[in-house]
Design a protein around this ligand. Structure first.
Ligand SMILES: Cc1cc2nc3c(=O)[nH]c(=O)nc-3n(C[C@H](O)[C@H](O)[C@H](O)COP(=O)(O)OP(=O)(O)OC[C@H]3O[C@@H](n4cnc5c(N)ncnc54)[C@H](O)[C@@H]3O)c2cc1C
Length: 397
């Protein structure tokens, strides 16, 4: 491939992110901070953690010490960068996925989903009891919605909570809960009312409660994860652990899903850039049939198509961020963008591995990790079918 022109940034991970007016110097220094943490704490260990099937709890307090864990939370509760915006969240996801360490991201990020409803709608005593220790990296919170009977159709949720005087009695099953094995608290979606979306509430449950048992979920993709299934049998939960209004938990869930989607989109686009950068580097050096791979037209076109998809996605992402930050909630666009981003990652991961040929299968390779983790993003945070359907309804089709 010819050298990049004077006005063209390099074709590495950073150069492949198109410039955007939304990114300021503040975001640049935030990126440096997160990258330094990833380089020091995750990069040297990620292969060993994959092999061991776990990573040490100490990473939480190290993230706190690095000044990245409490991003966006009030300083009065132990947070940092109170005025963080969506780009701070996006950059965090991009930097952690530069290594394809999706699971470390998922476990380190559960408090961004679990804590905001507790802070916004929970009893004030939970600030000291729960929020501070979580933001100090000493305790952990997970967010449990999905059940063995299905995750896409949240309105069919079956885990029940019955009010008995000053407590709730909870019965049911949850599965695929990120960070669930390590969690001290589980923000849990339960059915407190009738059928459908109108009968759902959120309860903050102590993971050590009698009657709550956990088991690891192992399988494709995230090797070092602490994903859990949970069984709840007559688990007693104090009445003041209701987060928000009884039977109105669904709207709190959708707010969290929208924010989570930005992280998922950023993660997939970062991993797409890693794939692309590796493929470009390899194609520039490898020679076959008397010329460099990048000089074969089929390969050049593949690389250009990958750049095209990634750049288009970033343009769409910037537009969604701008609308969100200005008070709009562009649900249909966010759904369509997530589908675009996850399909872009899958095609970039496939094509990059293919361009590397057999060498992609030798030794430990971050493309290998990204290839197996790519599928997760097409499911978590809303599957592609469910998001297309939601977009269709929003568009009035
Ligand atoms: C790695 C990982 C981490 C996760 N972490 C969490 C977590 O922390 N907390 C949590 O609560 N959940 C978590 N989940 C669960 C995730 O949210 C669910 O997997 C997801 O919502 C899909 O639910 P399901 O797996 O039950 O699939 P189902 O809902 O059973 O769907 C199965 C398939 O059918 C398709 N489908 C469903 N409905 C339709 C339709 N109307 N039309 C066409 N196709 C349809 C789906 O797209 C999917 O392909 C995680 C999942 C993964 C893989």
């Amino acid at each position: 491939m010819a050298a990049a022109g004077a006005s063209q940034p390099g074709l590495d991970f950073d150069g492949l992110r198109p410039p955007t007016p939304g990114l300021t110097e503040t975001h640049g220094s935030w990126r440096n901070t997160v990258r330094a943490f990833v380089n020091a704490e995750i990069a040297p260990n990620i292969d060993a953690w994959d092999a061991a099937g776990t990573f040490p709890d100490a990473i939480y307090e190290r993230a706190v010490a690095a000044g990245i864990f409490g991003m966006g939370f009030p300083a009065s509760l132990g947070g940092v960068i109170e005025d963080a915006d969506l780009y701070h969240r996006i950059i965090f996801a991009e930097e952690l996925h530069r290594l394809g360490s999706g699971v470390v991201f998922a476990d380190l990020a559960t408090h961004w989903i679990g804590l905001p409803p507790v802070i916004g709608f929970g009893a004030s005593q939970l600030h000291d009891a729960v929020v501070r220790p979580v933001l100090a990296g000493q305790q952990r919170i997970a967010f449990a919605v999905t059940e063995p009977s299905g995750g896409s159709d949240v309105s069919r949720l079956m885990t029940s909570a019955e009010r008995h005087g000053d407590h709730w009695l909870v019965n049911g099953e949850k599965t695929l809960i990120s960070g669930g094995l390590r969690a001290d608290y589980v923000l849990t979606a339960v059915r407190t009312g009738g059928a459908g979306m109108g009968g759902i509430s959120l309860l903050l449950i102590d993971a050590a409660s009698p009657g709550l048992t956990r088991a690891p979920v192992t399988g494709l993709g995230w090797y070092n994860s602490s994903i859990a299934s949970m069984s709840l049998r007559d688990v007693s939960v104090p009445a003041d652990r209701l987060i928000g209004v009884e039977n109105k938990g669904f709207s709190a869930l959708t707010r969290q899903f929208n924010i989570e989607r930005f992280s998922g989109i950023a993660a997939t686009l970062a991993m797409s850039r890693v794939c692309l950068a590796e493929a470009i580097r390899f194609a520039a050096q490898r020679e076959t049939f008397g010329k460099r791979l990048a000089e074969h037209q089929v390969i050049r076109h593949k690389l250009v198509d990958m750049v095209r998809e990634v750049h288009a996605a970033y343009g769409y992402l910037d537009q969604c961020v701008w609308r969100f930050e200005n008070g709009d909630v562009p649900i249909a666009d966010l759904c369509m963008l997530k589908v675009h981003a996850t399909t872009t990652l899958e095609s970039c991961a496939r094509e990059a591995l293919h361009i590397l040929g057999g060498s992609a299968y030798t030794g430990s390779h971050r493309l290998e990790r990204i290839y197996r983790e790519a599928r997760i993003f097409a499911v978590g945070g809303g599957t592609e079918e469910v998001l297309r359907d939601l977009a269709a309804r929003q568009l009035g089709l």
